[in-house]
Design a protein around this ligand. Sequence first.
Ligand SMILES: NC(=O)C1=CN([C@@H]2O[C@H](COP(=O)(O)OP(=O)(O)OC[C@H]3O[C@@H](n4cnc5c(N)ncnc54)[C@H](OP(=O)(O)O)[C@@H]3O)[C@@H](O)[C@H]2O)[C@H](O)CC1
Ligand SMILES: [K+]
Length: 245
Amino acid sequence: MSILKLVSSKAASEIDKELMGPQVGFTLQQLMELAGFSVAQAIQREYPLNQNRNKNGVFIIVGPGNNGGDGLVCARHLKLFGYNPIVYYPVRSKRTEFYSQLVNQLEFFQVPILSEEQQNKWTEYLEPGKIACIVDAIFGFSFKPPIREPFGTIVEELNKLEDKIPVVAVDIPTGWDVDNGPIENEPSYVPSVLVSLTVPKPCSQCINPKRTTHYVGGRFIPRHFAEKYGFEPYEYKGTDQILKF
Ligand SMILES: NC(=O)C1=CN([C@@H]2O[C@H](COP(=O)(O)OP(=O)(O)OC[C@H]3O[C@@H](n4cnc5c(N)ncnc54)[C@H](OP(=O)(O)O)[C@@H]3O)[C@@H](O)[C@H]2O)[C@H](O)CC1
Ligand SMILES: [K+]
């Protein structure tokens, strides 16, 4: 257990920019690979593969931006870990060619992605006896309320489902304000697991530890860089990509 340290949404996007800027030179692909890998590791830790193999489904809801990209990467790693991921990707952005490459990789790994027709009945894929968890990779730190469709309806469904199937939030529970948490009169839900990436955002202070297990992941920051942004690097153990608070 280590002390929780936070950065604002503004600082989080500055950290991202600097990591991917000309001096540090990470590519988005590299960071996303590590981010998605961390989320898959947190899922494996919380919902280990079921020996009799009938509850190894993971339903991954993918948004149009980089949070969604983390979800696509996570799906591939879960498949390699032995789970049966299913991807629901309702709005595909053309912002970067990279997203379609991630989709090609999922096809190569034979991970099902719901077709348009299947998307109309996406909740039918959520059988509590078969699905270990749902992954919310809809929006991360660039979400600006109010939420637009189809995502408002999706979050309302997550709210109805949260007591039946655990939901794992990638970086931010979708619908929450990044700095202030759930927003009055806006759809929101309570995740069973939150995986904060790089460093927790302020909304993570709104989780109730009795209902939500909190991890940090995205292990790609050296000490001097963390200190520059005012937080201590986390003490990950061994080769772990995640640390539980
Ligand atoms: N360093 C790291 O920790 C890394 C984190 N990563 C992940 O990236 C996200 C942030 O990704 P970003 O692409 O900046 O943004 P989001 O995925 O959060 O969302 C952007 C898309 O969402 C749309 N949007 C925004 N608000 C709404 C809304 N109210 N309703 C509907 N749609 C919305 C937005 O559309 P626009 O038309 O408004 O542009 C975008 O399409 C971070 O949280 C991490 O998960 C990376 O993997 C890199 C490493
Ligand atoms: K999310």
